[in-house]
Design a protein around this ligand. Structure first.
Ligand code: ADP
Ligand code: MG
Length: 630
C-alpha cells in the first residue's frame, strides 16, 4: 500500500508556479497586474534575453512596507481580498496571492520597495523559494521587482522555452494587453537595451492604439457603444477597425471585461459575423472593446490565468455585440472601405431595406429594357449603343447594359426554342425579344451592383462573381509562373525598411531562410524593423512590405513547422485576392469582356481560390421548369 505524504511547501509552490508561470510573459503579466493594482501612474518594464535572463518592473505605486515583504512572497497571501471569491467583484487584477510566491520559487527574485510615507526602503532576495535577509535600502517610492534566471531550477520548463525573439513577442503581447487596459498609466517597455514602447498616459484608447499599433490603424477605427441586458446594465464600448484593416488571425481582437483582458469565442464569432461580406475568408476583423457589467452576470471561473470567463447570458451578449456593430456599419459608408468582399448575396445583403432597394432596381431595369426592346426598331441592341434620348440616363444607371467585343457564332434559337404554356395570350417571347441576344457565351454581359456579371451561358444564364473569378484567374497565372521555375527574386536597388509589430519581427527573423525560398530577402535592421533587399519578382506590382506582412501572418498562423508548399499556396491566394478587382468596383465594358473571356483560360473556373464558386449557372431547363413550361 503506498504511503500518503504531505507535499513540502516548496513542491506545492513549484506545482502552483507551473500553473501560473508558463513562460517569461506570464511573469510580466503578473508583475504588471500587481503594479496596476498598486495604483502606479508610471510603470517601466525591462526584459533581457527574452525575459529568461531578466525581467525588471519598476512602478511608483503604493509600495510594500518592510515588515510585509516576506508575506508578499508567501503563497496565498494577498492584500486584495478578504472573503469574497468572485474575482469580478474585486476591483483589482490580482487576488489569489500566488503570483509572487510562484515566481520567487522558480527564479532569483529581488524586491525593493518603499511606501511613499516611509523614509527608506527595504530589499528582499528570494532564490528558488529560499528567503534571504530583509535589508534596508535607498530607493524611490514604489516597488521594483527583478526576476533573474527564470526556471533555473526547473530545467523542464526552461527546455520548452522558444527563441529569445519568440519569448519576447509573448512578453510584448502581455504588455500590450495591460497597457490597453489602463491607458491612463504611463508605460514603457525595453528589451535588451532597445526601447520598444513609450506610452505616455492618455485619456482614451485612440492615442494608445496609435502608439501600440501605428497611426494608420488608429485613424481607421469606428467608435461603437451600446447598452443592453434586462436593465441596460451591460455596457459595450470601443472601436472596430474599418474592413480595410484586417488580420490573418484573430489576435487583434482585444476585449476587456470590467477592465480585465479576456478571450471569448462567442464574442469573436459575433465580430466575424458582423464583418461577414466585408472581409474575405481567412481575414479577421480588428477590434478593441470594453464590456462592463454587474459581476453577478458573470459566472466565476477557475481558469488559472483568468483568461476565460463564463457569462450567464452569453446569447444576449452575442446579440448585443452583433446588433451594435451591424447598426453602426449600416450608418457608416462601409462600401468605400471594403477591400475584398465575400460575395455571397445571401449574406452580404442581410439588411432587408437594402435588399428591397436592390430588387426594385432590378425590376426597374428589367421594365425599361423590355419596353425599350418592344418600342424601338434597334431594341435588340444593348442600351449603351443606343442614343440616350430614351430618357434613361446612361451613366447614372447602376445597371447599364454592356456589349462585349466578340459576337459569337452560335445561332439564334437552337433546339427547343419555343415553349408556350398554352394559355391564351401567352406565348414564348424568345422568337422576338431574345432573338438578338442569343449570341452565345459572353456575347452580351451586364454588370450588376458593381459586383456580378450576368451573361448567357450555352445552356442557361450565368451569374459571375467578378472578384472571385478575377482572383481565380490571377491565382492560376501565379501558380503557372511558379511551376516553371523557382521563385525568382527581384532585388531592390535601395533596400526598403519595414516597421513590424514585435511579434511579426520575431517571426521574420526566425524565418529568414524560409522567406528567402519564397523570394523574399530580408535582414534585421534593429528594433522591429527589417530591411527588404529583394522580393518575389512575380509580385512586382504589390508593395514589398505588404507581401512580407502577408507572409508573416501566414507563418504566425501556421505554427512551428510551416510547409513551404502550403505557405506558397497561401501567399498566392492572398496576393491574388489583393490584386483582384473587388466587389463594388465599377468595370468598363472592355474589362467586363476581358474578364469573361479569360474565364476559359483557368483550370478551375468554378471556384475562387478560397473555394467559393466563381459563377452560378441557372440552366435553361431549370428556368423552364420554374416557369412551368415543362
Ligand atoms: P495578488 O496580486 O493575487 O494579491 P501576488 O502574489 O501577486 O498576489 O502579490 C501578493 C501581495 O504583494 C499583493 O496582494 C500586494 O499586497 C503585494 N504586492 C505585490 N506587488 C506589489 C507592487 N508592485 N506594489 C505594491 N504591492 C505589491
Ligand atoms: Mg498579483
Amino acid at each position: 500500500m503506498p504511503l500518503i505524504r504531505q507535499l513540502s511547501q516548496s513542491l506545492i509552490n513549484k506545482i502552483a508556479a507551473g500553473e501560473v508561470i508558463e513562460r517569461p510573459a506570464s511573469v510580466v503579466k503578473e508583475l504588471l497586474e500587481n503594479a496596476v493594482d498598486a495604483g502606479a501612474t508610471r510603470i517601466d518594464v525591462t526584459a533581457g534575453g527574452g525575459g529568461s535572463e531578466l525581467i525588471r518592473i519598476v512602478d511608483n505605486g503604493c509600495g510594500i512596507a518592510a515588515e510585509q515583504l516576506s508575506l508578499a512572497v508567501a503563497s496565498h497571501a494577498t492584500s486584495k481580498l478578504a472573503e469574497a471569491d468572485d474575482l469580478f467583484r474585486v476591483g483589482t487584477l490580482g487576488f489569489r496571492g500566488e503570483a509572487l510566491a510562484s515566481i520567487a520559487e522558480v527564479s532569483r527574485t529581488v524586491i525593493r520597495s518603499r511606501p511613499s510615507e516611509s523614509e527608506s526602503g527595504a530589499e528582499l532576495e528570494v532564490s528558488g523559494g529560499r528567503l534571504g535577509e530583509i535589508t534596508p535600502c535607498g530607493c524611490p517610492a514604489g516597488t521594483t521587482i527583478e526576476v533573474h534566471n527564470l526556471f533555473f531550477n526547473t530545467p523542464v520548463r526552461r527546455k520548452f522555452l522558444r527563441t529569445t525573439q519568440t519569448e519576447f513577442s509573448h512578453i510584448s503581447e502581455a504588455f500590450t494587453r495591460i497597457a490597453l487596459g489602463s491607458p491612463q498609466i504611463h508605460f514603457t517597455l525595453k528589451h535588451n537595451e532597445r526601447n520598444v514602447f513609450e506610452l505616455p498616459a492618455s485619456d482614451g484608447w485612440v492615442e494608445r492604439i496609435a502608439k501600440l499599433f501605428g497611426r494608420d490603424l488608429a485613424d481607421n477605427l469606428i467608435y461603437i457603444e451600446s447598452s443592453g441586458g434586462s436593465d441596460e446594465s451591460v455596457r459595450l464600448a470601443g472601436y472596430a477597425a474599418k474592413p480595410t484593416h484586417s488580420r490573418g488571425n484573430n489576435r487583434m481582437q482585444y476585449l476587456f471585461l470590467n477592465g480585465r483582458y479576456i478571450r471569448d469565442r462567442a464574442l469573436q464569432h459575433a465580430l466575424g459575423e458582423a464583418y461577414r461580406g466585408m472581409l474575405t475568408t481567412g481575414r479577421f476583423p480588428i477590434a478593441f472593446l470594453t464590456l462592463d457589467m454587474p459581476p453577478e452576470l458573470i459566472d466565476v471561473n477557475v481558469h488559472p490565468t483568468k483568461l476565460e470567463v463564463r457569462f450567464q447570458d452569453s446569447g444576449q451578449l452575442y446579440g448585443q455585440l452583433l446588433a451594435t456593430l451591424r447598426s453602426k456599419f449600416l450608418t457608416t459608408d462601409m462600401n468605400t472601405y471594403v477591400q475584398s468582399a465575400d460575395s455571397d448575396p445571401k449574406e452580404v445583403d442581410e439588411d432587408r431595406a437594402k435588399q428591397t432597394a436592390m430588387r426594385q432596381e432590378l425590376v426597374d431595369w428589367a421594365k425599361h429594357e423590355v419596353s425599350a426592346w418592344k418600342g424601338s426598331p434597334d431594341g435588340d441592341r444593348p442600351r449603351s449603343e443606343r442614343s440616350s434620348g430614351d430618357g434613361f440616363p446612361r451613366e447614372s444607371s447602376p445597371l447599364s447594359l454592356r456589349r462585349l467585343d466578340q459576337p459569337s457564332a452560335i445561332p439564334a434559337g437552337g433546339e427547343g426554342a419555343r415553349h408556350d404554356c398554352g394559355r391564351p395570350g401567352c406565348r414564348s417571347s424568345e422568337s422576338q425579344e431574345t432573338a438578338g441576344i442569343t449570341r452565345g457565351v459572353d456575347s452580351r454581359a451586364v454588370q450588376i451592383h458593381n459586383r456580378y456579371l450576368v451573361t448567357e451561358a450555352e445552356d442557361g444564364v450565368m451569374v459571375v462573381d467578378q472578384h472571385a473569378l478575377h482572383e481565380r484567374i490571377l491565382y492560376e497565372q501565379l501558380r503557372h509562373r511558379i511551376s516553371e521555375g523557382p521563385v525568382e527574386t527581384q532585388s531592390l536597388l535601395v533596400p526598403e525598411p519595414v516597421d513590424l509589430s514585435p511579434a511579426e519581427a520575431a517571426t521574420a527573423t526566425e524565418n529568414i531562410e524560409l522567406l528567402g525560398k519564397l523570394g523574399m530577402k530580408i535582414e534585421p535592421f534593429g528594433g522591429d524593423t527589417v530591411l527588404i533587399s529583394g522580393y518575389p519578382a512575380m509580385l512586382a506590382n504589390i508593395n514589398p512590405g505588404e507581401v512580407l506582412r502577408e507572409l508573416l501572418d501566414h507563418l504566425m498562423a501556421g505554427g512551428k513547422d510551416p510547409n513551404l508548399e502550403d505557405l506558397l499556396d497561401e501567399l498566392l491566394h492572398a496576393i491574388a485576392c489583393k490584386a483582384a478587382v473587388k466587389a463594388g468596383d465599377h468595370l468598363s465594358p472592355e474589362e467586363v469582356s476581358d474578364l469573361l473571356k479569360q474565364r476559359h483560360l483557368v483550370d478551375d473556373p468554378h471556384h475562387c481560390p478560397h473555394g467559393r464558386p466563381t459563377a452560378l449557372i441557372f440552366t435553361r431547363e431549370e428556368l423552364d421548369k420554374q416557369f412551368k413550361r415543362i
